[in-house]
Design a protein around this ligand. Structure first.
Ligand SMILES: *Cc1c(COP(=O)(O)O)cnc(C)c1O
Length: 392
């Protein structure tokens, strides 16, 4: 049999302004070429400690139980649901975006009974609706999405939501995949029991090692389980052996992904987490001003605008797909369209981590204006560029 004919690996050089992954910082790319050591090597144990400390800083938490889960954000999400939810638990999940549906699926597979709290796609949950759902269903676990990447809506009032859950002795799992490292998030101050994230959104590391943090209250529920979780790989009581004090083998850590995450988190610490939140607000603010200046609308109301994911309504005269294709083929820029209830209605323009820079925004807005004009939308490109420049 002839050997397969394979060439050099040369993917196109894109600018990533979609819902993730985001552009990876050159320092993170360099860290990925660091030679491997064993996952139990004393030097790697020090790196594990550093990553945990940097994750605590980024999550704004003192939780001992703060680790990178092997796998993408969904692995971290499944670790949260698969461990905290026990068979027979009632789990309250939202229906206002794509990722609420995934939570329902994971909670069900963990043996939970799923109930929902509703809001339209593109709007956050209202605390009064969450309170009503608690009175009606008395859930044991409540999951919500802080930054809904499918709709571009930020969930405000997080401390209010966690207070409602705790008055009912329930546990709160927050999806902070598109907020960690980009949008204000305070795990301890906001009284979040479990939060999970991913590397490739506002942290701008490649997907592969995904942040997870749990407070003692949540970890105690997990350690007291009658039955083991259904996943062996993601069983936190076993992972404790590796990330906890014992440092014993469970599975081989994705060493290169941990190097990458460490460097990405070092960049967060060097910048300062609050400065980083501010940078995302300011830089993405130029996208917001630019599209509004052109005569387009953002889908969410200003009170729950999500800087890391700007949902822009598709104007008359063009389809989302042709604009997305134009940006990719003419400019090598990636943005995305809507999902689910918002399919065909919005563009999703990310502004995350290392992608969230003035030069990227200027490039994107110039290209976006060209695409819309060329394809026949009625927009005022010059006014949009001027509004963007004012902010930048
Ligand atoms: C991207 C994303 C996930 C899933 O992460 P993967 O890395 O794709 O597995 C979960 N929740 C939200 C809000 C996301 O944006």
């Amino acid at each position: 049999m002839d050997s397969p004919d394979v060439g050099e690996l040369t993917p196109p050089n894109r600018t990533l302004m979609g819902p993730g992954p985001s552009d990876v910082h050159p320092r993170v790319l360099r860290a990925m070429t660091t030679p491997l050591v064993g996952h139990l090597d004393p030097s790697f144990l020090d790196i594990m400690d550093e990553v945990q400390e940097l994750l605590r800083y980024t999550f704004r938490t003192d939780n001992t139980w703060t680790i990178p889960v092997s796998g993408t954000g969904s692995a971290s999400m499944e670790a949260a649901y698969g461990n905290l939810v026990e068979p027979g638990d009632t789990v309250l999940v939202p229906t206002n975006g794509y990722f609420g549906g995934r939570k329902a699926e994971m909670a069900e597979r963990a043996g939970g009974d799923v109930v929902t709290v509703d809001a339209p796609w593109g709007e956050p949950l209202r605390p009064e609706d969450v309170a009503a759902a608690f009175d009606e269903h008395q859930p044991d676990v409540f999951g919500f999405v802080h930054a809904e990447t499918s709709t571009g809506a930020l969930q405000p009032d997080v401390p209010e939501l966690t207070a409602i859950a705790h008055e009912h002795d329930a546990y709160v799992i927050a999806d902070v995949v598109t907020s960690l490292g980009g949008v204000e998030l305070r795990v301890d101050e906001w009284d979040i029991d479990v939060a999970y994230s991913a590397a490739q959104k506002c942290l701008s590391a490649p997907p592969g090692a995904s942040p997870l943090t749990l407070n003692d209250r949540a970890m105690n529920k997990i350690l007291d389980r009658d039955q083991s979780p259904r996943s062996w790989y993601l069983d936190l009581s076993l992972l404790e052996g590796y990330w906890g004090d014992d440092r014993s083998y469970h599975h081989t850590a994705p060493i290169t992904s941990v190097y990458a995450l460490r460097e990405a988190l070092r960049l967060v610490a060097e910048e300062g987490i609050e400065n980083r939140w501010e940078r995302h607000r300011e830089t993405a603010g130029a996208i917001k001003a630019g599209v509004e200046g052109m005569g387009l609308e953002l889908n969410p109301e200003d009170d729950y605008w999500l800087p890391s994911l700007n949902a822009v309504r598709v104007p008359a005269g063009v389809t989302d797909g042709e604009v997305i294709d134009y940006l990719l083929s003419e400019y090598d820029i990636e943005i995305a369209g809507g999902l689910g209830d918002l399919s065909g209605d919005i563009f999703r323009i990310g502004c995350m981590g290392h992608s969230c820079r003035p030069d990227n925004v200027a490039f994107l807005m110039t290209a976006f204006a060209d695409a819309l004009e060329t394809l026949g939308a009625d927009v005022d490109a010059d006014a949009g560029i001027a509004a963007m420049r004012d902010v930048l």
